[in-house]
Design a protein. Structure first.
Length: 127
């Protein structure tokens, strides 16, 4: 049977629904979607895509650290954008927050995200 653990940290936004920030199964961590909420206030960081993407990476990083890893351990990243014209700006933020080899990735345009965020990311991390 798999060794399963709930990952939770106050350094990332609390779940705003019936889900965990992450679930660790053996050496794999499944990261729930993070939007650009500031953990202390649970408010969106702002309306600028660069600020929002930067906050999402901070939130993902906090959950990764709580699970015993870092952003370097992410092997699959999904990025959801309400405006695909923000794609290049998000790429620049990603380059500042992650190192090569970059994870496998999908960038998906969506109509709307929780709290009217412009971006959400989830992923899979291997320790």
């Amino acid at each position: 049977m798999a060794n399963k653990a709930v990952i939770k940290t106050q350094k990332a936004p609390a779940a705003i629904g019936p889900y965990s920030q992450a679930i660790k199964v053996n050496n794999t961590v499944y990261l729930s979607g993070q939007i650009p909420l500031v953990p202390e206030t649970m408010e969106l960081v702002g309306s600028d895509i660069v600020d929002q993407a930067t906050q999402v990476f901070k939130n993902l990083s906090a959950v990764c650290e709580a699970a015993g890893g870092t952003l370097k351990n992410i092997v699959k990243l999904n990025i959801f954008l309400t405006d695909l014209s923000d794609f290049q700006l998000v790429n620049e933020v990603m380059k500042k927050n992650m190192v090569e080899p970059f994870p496998a990735r999908a960038a998906i345009g969506v109509k709307q995200l929780p709290r009217d965020a412009k971006i959400e990311m989830d992923g899979v991390m291997v320790l």
